[in-house]
Design a protein around this ligand. Structure first.
Ligand code: NAD
Length: 427
């Protein structure tokens, strides 16, 4: 089939390359001309395992990037909206980019003859597809949703760092369509993936995505709260979680306590659901507690550090790990951000190392010392805070020898070195 994908970020570009790999022809649309050029040259503008190889294989063949909505809509049967849905200052969802994309698709639809399906893949709060996107499409195209064009919502569940693998091996595909015709066309696209499709209406599809992420975020904040209690009682919370994870009703995933969750999805999505619940007059106590635990968790790293070494003024502190998790260069909502901000506020001198995310973090903290290796970052440090579970940190050992004081506070339970003064955040 011929597909257009609007927005070439983590979700859009992975969707585009994976659709190409399962046999479809894809037009990628982005407003960022530099991204468009890179994609056409076969170079991914973001890091994602396996993405470079797929893009190299299909760029200029099955994948063509453009800034031209008219071209992309005219040359496809179905358009996926994959643009960002950031939080506004109050934490509520900001739908301006989705609205802009819907308007541009609608304007292109006005010039196109024949049926077309518009699918929202961006994470949007329940009712957005039907009450916001659909009316914009109708108004901009002058056409009627249903007979003239289809509308659907197809949430994305991929994990950054494993996005290609997740897209190709989904445990669920959810398609919420306004009618059977649109639902069938979207489902047909995914047929090569051989996964059962949950067919529903758009607002249920939207809620499935939020409930999914909110549940996972709840598990993490739960594990962190238990971990904080365990730490005070000299109990190894990982032993506790390993045991409770054996209960089939709980499962062992997402029970690792530590410095909290980050990324472009969990914090933003839980906050957006809180905002939507409040909008309809419901006070979401549990979801608010999930965010509250997550906001205090990284600051417990610096509290623990101060308990150990006192005043941080002019002390040289190393931060290992800047990405919000391993195997990505994404720093959005990384728990390293509040930690570095607090260290700077307290007058510490910060040096940092991350295998992939330093360039992105330089935009947030241009003035801290970025080093090319963990060893270089640790040289002369009076303490080290570990913020990301990079595999290479498991191997660190002699690298700590260059520290002035070998205090290591681990926020991810990743450090194995022996000859250090080790302190786990919740264990
Ligand atoms: P992103 O910020 O990485 O990418 C968005 C892209 O859209 C950018 O390339 C931007 O230039 C482009 N863009 C902005 N305005 C545009 C416009 N008017 N027309 C065309 N392109 C435009 O975002 P992302 O991480 O890919 O997330 C996209 C959506 O998917 C969000 O709603 C997010 O919540 C959801 N999601 C993300 C993930 C994830 O792991 N990143 C997982 C599941 C769902």
């Amino acid at each position: 089939m011929k597909v257009s994908v609007i927005g070439s970020g983590y979700v859009g570009l992975v969707t585009a390359t994976c659709f190409a790999d399962i046999g479809h022809e894809v037009a990628c649309v982005d407003i960022d001309e530099k991204k468009v050029e890179l994609i056409n040259a076969g170079v991914p503008p973001i890091y994602e395992e396996g993405l470079g190889e797929l893009l190299q294989k299909y760029a200029g063949k099955k994948i063509l990037a453009t800034t031209d909505y008219d071209y992309a809509v005219r040359n496809s049967e179905i358009s996926f909206i994959c643009v960002g849905t950031p939080s506004d200052d109050a934490g509520n969802i900001n739908l301006e980019i989705v609205k802009a994309a819907a308007r541009s698709i609608g304007q292109a639809l006005a010039k196109k003859a024949g049926y077309h399906v518009v699918v929202v893949k961006s994470t949007v709060v329940p009712e957005t597809t039907e009450k916001l996107v659909l009316p914009i499409l109708e108004e901009a195209s002058g056409k009627k949703a249903g007979p003239d064009f289809g509308v659907a919502m197809n949430p994305e569940f991929l994990r950054e760092g494993k996005a290609i693998e997740d897209f190709m091996n989904p445990d669920k595909i959810v398609v919420g369509a306004i009618d059977e015709k649109a639902g069938k066309i979207v489902s047909e696209l995914y047929r090569p993936l051989d996964c059962e499709i949950t067919l529903t209406n758009p607002r249920t599809a939207e809620m499935i995505k939020y409930a999914n992420n909110s549940f996972l975020a709840t598990k993490i904040s739960f594990a962190n709260e238990i971990g904080n209690i365990c730490k005070q009682l000299d109990i190894d919370t990982y032993e506790v979680m390993q045991a409770i994870g054996k209960d089939f009703r709980i499962s062992p995933a997402f029970l690792n306590s530590g410095a909290g969750f980050g990324g472009s999805c969990f914090p933003k999505d839980v906050k957006a659901l809180i905002g939507k619940a409040k909008e309809i007059g419901y006070g979401p106590t549990l979801l608010e507690a999930v965010i509250s635990v997550n906001e205090t968790q990284p600051l417990m790293m610096t509290d623990l550090l101060r308990k150990k070494i006192g005043d941080l003024k002019d002390k040289k502190i190393t931060v290992l790990g800047l990405a919000f998790k391993n195997d990505t260069d994404d720093i959005r909502e990384s728990r390293a951000i509040p930690v570095i901000a607090e260290l700077l506020r307290l007058g510490a001198e910060v040096s940092a190392y991350d295998p992939l995310a330093a360039e992105n973090m330089k935009k947030v903290f241009p003035a801290i010392g970025y080093r090319k290796s963990a060893k270089a970052a640790l040289e002369g440090a009076e303490a080290c805070l570990v913020m990301t579970e990079w595999d290479e940190f498991k191997e660190l050992d002699s690298e700590f020898e260059g520290m002035k004081e070998k205090l290591v506070i681990d926020g991810r339970r990743i450090i194995k070195a022996r000859n250090i003064d080790y302190e786990g955040l919740c264990w």
